[in-house]
Write a protein that binds this ligand. Sequence first.
Ligand code: NAP
Length: 273
Amino acid sequence: MEGSLGIIGAGSMAEALLKGMLSCQLFSPGNIFVINRKNDERLIFFKENYGVNTTRDYRELVNRCAIIIIAVKPSDMGELLTRIQEHVTRNHIIISVAAGIHTSFIEKRLKKKVQVVRAMPNTSCQVKESATAISRGRFAGDEAVKVAQEIFSSVGKVVIVEEHALDAVTALSGSGPAYVYLMLEAMTEAGIKVGLMREVSQQLAIQTVFGAAKMAMESGEAPVHLRKKVTSPGGTTMAGISTLQQMGFTASIMEAIRCAAERSRQMMIENSR
Ligand SMILES: NC(=O)c1ccc[n+]([C@@H]2O[C@H](COP(=O)([O-])OP(=O)(O)OC[C@H]3O[C@@H](n4cnc5c(N)ncnc54)[C@H](OP(=O)(O)O)[C@@H]3O)[C@@H](O)[C@H]2O)c1
């Protein structure tokens, strides 16, 4: 990609994105500038491990970089935007990963018609398998969306949605890895109860979820068809599936995602104050 990239925040999300972008050679390390607030060791780590430039000067970073990723905690966004406001121009592309911070909040704090794209990745971006949704702010053009799409494609799959859908995204794919970890915990414990060693049970559970996800991804078949294909009447899978259904498996997941979306909506209101 042409030009320089600024990354504000040097936490785990920033590092995952940096790794992904460098491995896809989206930017060369010399064209990347990273800033954080006070953790010197972290900046040294970024410089030594990834060969990127580091700075503590917001003006330098904003002036040098046409594209800026903001990866600070939602609670730090207000203060950060105030700090960079005077240096940001309408030509910048600002990409925010801060959960629950609306593009209009960023536009308002930057006090200009700046191009803002919001992204909701998930923790699996650390293994380049994120499910990321992006949405554009009022002033963001197609080029800004394309840039964000390319950046997040370096750490997984990307979908484009309207901003109002991001609460649903947060509830489904943002929080989703934790639901799957819970299922892995349950499958592992259940395997132990029916006679397996912990290590064997955990390994089988993880590989089973991974394999099923890969099958759903690569076969292109809807999960409902895949499930029906492997569930013969009167068989073992049928016994397991019937029990899951009787005990409210589907209803639990529906309710979990509804509650998480509601919480995301509430947090958005709290963060916009
Ligand atoms: N982790 C995930 O999987 C994930 C998933 C989806 C979305 N997100 C979003 O990604 C964002 C970052 O999350 P994270 O887990 O990477 O957080 P993190 O590890 O706590 O990192 C936050 C970084 O922001 C820096 N920072 C805070 N205020 C700053 C300021 N005024 N100027 C410059 N840097 C500043 C901190 O610097 P110091 O250490 O020097 O204070 C730190 O490097 C959050 O908004 C979160 O909602 C994360």
